[in-house]
Design a protein around this ligand. Sequence first.
Ligand code: ADP
Ligand code: MG
Length: 249
Amino acid sequence: MSTGLEALQQAFKQLRLSEVSMELPILMREAEQQSWTYHELLNHILSFELDKREDKNKAKRLKWAKFPYQKALDEYDMTEQNSLSERQMKQLKEMNWLEQQYNLILLGPPGVGKTHLAIGMGLEAIEQGYQVMFLPMGELMTILKTSEYTRRSQIALNRIKKSDLVIIDDLMYMAMDQREANQFFHLINHLYERSSIILTSNKSPDQWGELLGDEGIATAILDRLLHRVEVIQMDDESYRMKHRQSMFT
Ligand code: ADP
Ligand code: MG
């Protein structure tokens, strides 16, 4: 192997270390200027590649998550609400619950920040290396219904099943028929003890049964969802209403 810089770059590329391959001239120059030890040089080369890869992975995970918008937990004003203490918020951010496959259920009327919190949690999870998927309930049902026929839905379903965190937004705003309830059960059963689920809903779990139609399926779904769960009841005044803009002056 030739030891010229270009040959080295080519070798890195062949080994699929393309990021470092491009950066090599800069790294080598810096190594000389700063008199890096061999150890330091190797360390810089490897961490450069790893960091770049993680950046790319994060961007990919963010795209896959399909958030409708991005609002971070830091943008959630704790003084505007009484549902979560600072300590609880800190624990949520630490994501141990995700590591332990706990589910979160965010309940409350429209406008109190359920979706915002769910997205914020999803963003934090992606930041910490997890795979996340955000699904409005209607879209999830479409995916389940069409996954046998369309490749697009098949891919989406596989992604859901592989996610560490699945966010289902506005659960049960619509009633399901038997077949839909069945498919929903199969998904929850698959995710159970493998992933965490965040559910947002303006109906309490004791009302979910009637929306799911079948009593047996409803019980089976609730059983799994509620086995390891933290329920956050958000009953504050709607943030949206409180901060609404008026066209009258
Ligand atoms: P929900 O899903 O409960 O209907 P959203 O999460 O959509 O409510 O919140 C409605 C709007 O109010 C969003 O723009 C959200 O960012 C904002 N919001 C709600 N609660 C807060 C809060 N505590 N701090 C900052 N923004 C908030
Ligand atoms: Mg919402």
